[in-house]
Design a protein around this ligand. Sequence first.
Ligand SMILES: O=C(O)C1=C[C@@H](OP(=O)(O)O)[C@@H](O)[C@H](O)C1
Ligand SMILES: C=C(OP(=O)(O)O)C(=O)O
Length: 429
Amino acid sequence: MSTIELTPPKKGINGTIEVPGDKSISHRAVIFSGLAEGTSKISNFLTGEDCMRTVQAFRQMGVTIEQNDDELIVHGKGIRSLSEPVAPINFGNSGTTARLMSGVLAGLPLFSTAFGDESLSKRPMDRVVVPLRDMGAKISGRKNGGLLPLSFDGSRLKGTTHELQVRSAQVKSSLLLAGMLAEGETKVIEAGTTRNHTEMLMPQYGIDLEVDGRMITIKGEQQPKAADLRVPGDISSAAFFIVGAAITPGSKLTIRNVGLNVTRNGIVQVMKLMGANITTTVHTHIGDEPVGDIHVESSTLNAISIEGDMIPNVIDEIPILALAATQAEGTTEIKDAKELRFKETDRIKAVAENLRKLGVKVEEREDGLQIKGRASLSGGTLQSFGDHRIGMMGAIASLISENVISIQDKECINISYPSFFNDLNKVLL
Ligand SMILES: O=C(O)C1=C[C@@H](OP(=O)(O)O)[C@@H](O)[C@H](O)C1
Ligand SMILES: C=C(OP(=O)(O)O)C(=O)O
């Protein structure tokens, strides 16, 4: 674990960058390619630690996956040819791997066990285990399957209708994957819109499903077919540079080839509501996913209330939005975001603690934060709490701080954005 010291640059961030491939889409692309029959090519794959956990899970089931930089060649042999993993699968720090792979492992005729790191071992798994058991899944684990490690005595599942209580794309995707392997039809009725990459990608891999508002219906016993895919840039990674450019005077920044899916572009909408100077230009589609450029220039910001339906669309962007709020005129309210307490760390607590260390007036609420704006940020040592998004928030704070900011355990940033500091240095030149 090492610490990085970041000296305030005393100037804006300028130029053009590209961020790495989308984390959510990269996980899903490996899962569909690993289950598929035939050879799939995935380019601009995110090689961050989380997505490599999903790759490793398929390697342990006998799938050959070649990697050349950010290109993966996945030699799928079909669902029936997957082999039983002889060793436990390590999901590492990755909630997406844990939830999505639970749906897969529960529905394959194999025995498997899986565990995670200290953070993931505290995150709730009952949100997938309970509905998977309703489909007939045989899963056991700590706290009656509420926590990792879990073991899956894979069996033929029965298609079921699920009315989701949690607003979570991971739960939805886990059940759609289980439904694809099950006998009969599965319906997933969402509590509200969440990122829809699974639904968008499935048809590209030849999987039939029907989306009717909040209800998704999938037929069982489907064998995915191989496909070639280019992963768009990750808007959740771009978010750090969007906010960095918006709050640092003298900035003009273009971020190229970012996924602009409407279930993910909340960061752009929210920053615009705060008065940020942002334009987006969609120039292509990858499958149904819109991809384009984001241009941001620094401007004054005003406080708003971020709540309700806005939250799922910015769920991973709240830490960096909280930093934006410190520079806005007025007091920003973040509500309905209790889910943040179940991420890599308790992100409500971590954000409040780090902003307070920098001299910001912050109130912590059960489901959010109240942040007083127009704060001048001192320097100091910030903990990342082993959470990549908290670490990157601290690094972006250093663009406008009065003194050096040190970030402890900077390595955790490799979970979603291994080239983060390289990209930051490029725009500081
Ligand atoms: O489905 C996905 O790829 C993700 C969904 C979100 O989690 P929840 O579904 O738990 O909200 C998000 O926080 C995570 O980073 C990725
Ligand atoms: C919450 C996140 O990821 P996961 O749930 O996959 O660990 C994230 O990337 O911010």
